[in-house]
Design a protein around this ligand. Sequence first.
Ligand code: HEC
Length: 155
Amino acid sequence: MAGFFFHRAGFARRLLVTMGLAGGLGWTTPAMGTDEAVLKPRVPTDQMEEARGWKNPFEATEDNIDKGKALFQGKAFCVTCHGRDGKGFGDIPGLVGKLPRNFTDKLWQAARTDGELLWILKHGSPGTDMASFIPLVLTEEEAWQVLLYVRSFGR
Ligand code: HEC
């Protein structure tokens, strides 16, 4: 049942991805079933409980979201892969493998806790182009601000 639901919800977007990217840029796009793959947890099971316990110490005020946006588009260069619109189609033609996450996907937003997203910024998503950003590019405080901005795409 759940599979069927995700399938339906993601259909229009996947169609666009397939036509736009596979056609235009020559990326290999997974066929049907992308959403299930996207929703699958990235944090390893044995670290999940700890990661889910991490809470964002910053409130989602306009000021903090703006700070996150400046980092996202500036020194943390998230924008190069995730795009100004957060849809993750980016503009790096050389990118192969998994597509950057579409932050406007409400099912994905709902499937992740803030702590899991911080885990990703600490460790990256192994086997993909999503690298680790803490501590080399971002402090943990800055990462939490960026995540407030990432969350703002889901609203
Ligand atoms: C080089 C391209 C690239 C850059 C730069 C990049 N990302 Fe990603 N990001 C990706 C890809 C590819 C994925 C999908 C990984 C996967 O499917 O597991 C991803 C996934 C994610 C996810 C979702 C992980 C999950 O749990 O589903 C988050 C959150 C994220 N990126 C945040 C960021 C932030 C914040 C920045 C900037 C600090 C950033 N990314 C910079 C390529 C990039």
